[in-house]
Ligand binder design. Structure first.
Ligand code: GDD
Ligand code: MN
Length: 387
């Protein structure tokens, strides 16, 4: 989109918001709204928030990951009209959880809400959430819940998605020992000081910041719930997909290690396991045709497995910086090189361990772990280096 035609100039002027002449009062609550391709939703959402919080000093912080549809420009135009609206524009990065974290950290208000841009979350509940905090100094978090008495997810979800969401909720509650009725919700209000206590543990990759936060609070937070009805999306599309579901498994793993092992590493290892099966299948297949050439079959199996691993990691583990075009092929070659060195390290380490302690399974396992770590760390630095 050309930089000189802002959406505000190109669309029919709706009555511009009046910039209050007096200085803005410090906001009591910041509403953080992560956005990716939500241009059509920015103004309607702002109007709804304004109507939902009369007499409240609020601000809206949109966190946009450089959406191709020009969402950031739309927010800029709106912020020129209304100083309670501001923009955090991130480039070269993607990720819902990370966007929320940055938005929350950017706030100076004592309370921060997170809400989707697509009007699926019921903004009228913001007032109830705020009232709960005003009534209780010790409250840490209020969750907008689809599963509390009076809430529902009916309208907003397809059957398949509802089924997946239910399963994920049950998993999160069991594995992460979470008691809240809707840890998968993307709609909540948190006390900023409470958030700051757990922020260092949070995963920036992934979709489910609330589940991560609840788990990191280790049951010490005072949590309230406000029921809401999950509405159908009006404009644009959901960004939830299979990769998001896998990231969620990664989040469970990350939380079970107390936030120490990152989601990315867990996804890298999951992909690594698929590589083992690919390799076995290819070797088996090749041996049908060249039964006397095991070494060739094995080499070919390794090559194919490295290739599928690269493609899966590129599409899933690093889907926030997927390599395309020429970069794809350069990435593939560098991944081969990294894995080759990893294999040498694997064998070398396994051999040294075996010499000290002649237990083949242990030695082989240690070799595999060192090889996997090498592949992960070095491919992160070389193949998928951040910009
Ligand atoms: N900045 C940024 N970066 N924003 C993103 C990204 C990203 O990579 N991906 C998604 N968003 C924004 C969307 O623009 C939207 O405002 C919000 O995050 C939610 O994304 P959706 O794609 O609409 O997700 P959903 O409706 O399927 O699921 C949401 O609602 C559920 C119910 O509360 C999410 O918030 C889920 O986590 C939540 O369970
Ligand atoms: Mn949505």
């Amino acid at each position: 989109m050309p930089a000189d035609t802002t959406p505000a100039q190109t669309r029919p002027a709706k009555a511009a918001r009046k910039r209050p002449s007096a200085a803005q009062p410090a906001p009591e609550v910041t509403i953080v709204v992560p956005t990716f391709n939500e241009r059509e939703n920015i103004r309607p959402l702002t109007d709804l928030v304004e109507a939902a919080l009369p007499g409240v000093a609020w601000e809206l912080a949109f966190v946009d990951d450089d959406s191709p549809d020009g969402t950031a420009e739309e927010v800029r135009a709106l912020a020129l009209e209304d100083p309670r609206v501001r923009l955090i524009h991130r480039v070269g990065r993607r990720g819902l959880a990370g966007a929320c974290i940055e938005g929350i950290l950017s706030s100076i208000s004592p309370l921060v809400a997170v809400m989707d841009a697509d009007l699926q979350h019921d903004e009228s509940k913001l007032a109830e959430m705020l009232a709960a905090f005003r009534a209780d100094d010790t409250l840490d978090l209020v969750i907008g819940s689809r599963h509390a008495e009076g809430g529902s997810a009916g309208e907003g979800f397809s059957r398949l998605r509802a089924w997946g969401s239910e399963g994920a909720t049950r998993l999160a509650k069991r594995l992460l020992r979470i008691e809240a009725s809707d840890p998968m919700s993307g709609f909540f209000m948190v006390r900023r000081t409470s958030f700051n206590q757990v922020v260092l543990e949070l995963q920036t990759q992934g979709f489910k910041i609330l589940a991560d936060m609840l788990s990191a609070s280790r049951g010490k937070w005072k949590v309230a719930e406000v029921a809401y009805e999950f509405r159908a999306r009006q404009h644009g599309q959901s960004k939830m997909d299979t990769a998001v579901a896998l990231e969620f498994l990664g989040l469970l793993g990350a939380r079970m290690t107390g936030g120490m092992v990152p989601i990315r590493f867990i996804m890298f290892v999951m992909v690594g396991f698929t590589g083992v099966f690919v390799q076995l299948a290819v070797v088996r297949f090749m041996l049908v045709f060249i039964p006397d050439h095991f070494a060739i079959a094995q080499s070919f199996g390794v090559l194919v497995a490295m290739t599928t691993n690269f493609m899966l990691n590129n599409a899933l583990t690093y889907r926030d910086r997927t390599l395309r075009g020429g970069a794809f092929w350069r990435g593939l070659l560098s991944f081969y090189a990294v894995c080759l060195v990893g294999a040498v390290a694997n064998v070398g380490v396994a051999e040294s361990v075996y010499r000290i302690l002649p237990l083949w399974a242990l030695a082989s396992f240690v070799g595999a772990v060192v090889g996997a770590l090498w592949n992960f760390v070095v491919s992160a630095l070389v193949t998928w280096r951040a910009r």
